[in-house]
Design a protein around this ligand. Sequence first.
Ligand SMILES: Cc1cc2nc3c(=O)[nH]c(=O)nc-3n(C[C@H](O)[C@H](O)[C@H](O)COP(=O)(O)O)c2cc1C
Length: 204
Amino acid sequence: MMTAVNLAIVYYSSTGTVHALAQAAAEGAEKAGASVRLRRVRELAPPEAVNSNPAWAQHLKDTAGVQEATLEDLSWADAVLFGTPTRFGNVASQLKAFIDTAGGLWQQGGLAGRVFSAFTASGTPHGGQESTILALSNTFYHWGGIIVPPGYTDPIQFQTGNPYGTSHVAGAGAPGEDVLAAARHQARRVVDVAGALKAGRAAA
Ligand SMILES: Cc1cc2nc3c(=O)[nH]c(=O)nc-3n(C[C@H](O)[C@H](O)[C@H](O)COP(=O)(O)O)c2cc1C
């Protein structure tokens, strides 16, 4: 029997939006039969920055029990879903700092041929969701990854409308059921593609 797909969900979230998307993705992937590791990257902002925003300080406290991502999670994974809030249209520095520790693993070929996909949140509509996901995708190209975007592969995509990756406008409130369903769908799709690849490679 084919072994389950190993999916790592590696994310950064200051105030919980991306964390909620990551949790929904984990649900979708588990339902699709994957072994899932939900991992947050280390908070690198100084305490005075974190404490300047009560929602940020609270979320950090609330997620203290979520394991921190390590490079071993990347080498374990057949597929990785990355989540980041947009920061001036770009990837949050906390996630980028984690990615930038992967040089050795990349050099050993440890990231090539994996499946990658990404999701994000912004404060405002048109606030840089696509640019953030595309910026993250630059890394996947360098890793020789297989990028699996959600596209319009499920009716939910026509409701939330981001073919690049699940996205939420945090300024409008917490993610609603439609966005969470999109995150579940994206994860399912990643697991399906990674599973087909894994089975094909095992049979080769
Ligand atoms: C330094 C900084 C830069 C930001 N840049 C943008 C931006 O360019 N566009 C935007 O819509 N929101 C921007 N935001 C808002 C965040 O993207 C938003 O708060 C985040 O997506 C919420 O996700 P979280 O709850 O997971 O932290 C920025 C926030 C910070 C702190």
